[in-house]
Design a protein around this ligand. Sequence first.
Ligand code: GLY
Length: 343
Amino acid sequence: MKEIVVSAEHKYSVKFVDGWRDQLPAIFTQYSNHLVLAPASLRELLELETVAGISGKIYYLPDGEDQKSTTVLAGLWDLAGELNLNRDSVVIGIGGGATTDLAGFFAATWLRGVDWFAFPTSLAGMVDAAVGGKTGINTSAGKNLVGSFHSPQGVIIDSGFLKTLPERDLCAGMAEVIKCGFISDPFILELVKDYQANLDELIFRAVAVKAKVVSEDFKESHLREILNYGHTLGHAIEKREKYSLRHGEAVSIGMIFAAQLSVDLAGLDQGVLEAHRALLSMLKLPITYSRGAFEELLGFMNNDKKRRDNALRFVGLSDLATPTWLESVTTPQLKAAYERICS
Ligand code: GLY
């Protein structure tokens, strides 16, 4: 079995397995009590009721981002009280990124922090959300504004889950894989050309990129920001589209924008920008956006929670696998780059 170790506030392994159920008994024996969280839509696929030891301690959540709410979280705290979850208990989140974000945050808040494990079932969850210890929920003020850094005790990745993942979600998750290729591991960009055949290798390499970055800068004081490549405009587009786009779809446009800014301001070769366009459009991901949306997007970017020192800064590239920070980018520079990426 392959595994990658992440060194954050504690060390943990991301295990790549063929048969996620087989991992559960060993986890259960380490703890006196457990609670398994999964979205209702995966109930039949997971067949959790048939897994020995789980019965009665499964809680099914609403689907998608709806589960990342204060109401759902408060319900989990009540349940934890009823089940007498104590410090020797474990929380197990099985699902996409929304489920592992919620499960991790619930584990972070119950008794000021209990252990948890992530079993991601989507590509975006495997290569991004479940790894790295960022946990949280959404509030009326925005996505992920309430959260905590609380690393899991382990992440179990079984790519078998992806066989039933809709193509659109697979491609959206692939945007985060491609991001890892551009910021750190260019061989990923070769493998993506035949992503169906290279899926396991792509997941492994993307997790390796994330694990290395998180191990060096868990709390995102600087280096971890490179994982936000394409996300500043991406988050603004998600917000403008009222979250009807997949995160990876918005990040796809955001990466084109970040690459264009990098060509304009950091000397990035135009060929690298064209490589972004070729790979992302091969996956049918959007690479352009509405020309008239600039002012609105600028407003959203100015309100981004990751904004620091009252100035817009972007992660860019000065070369392939060479991230750079584009500081104090002016509005005319942003507008010029934006217009170049519009259709
Ligand atoms: N999704 C970016 C990060 O975990 O830092």
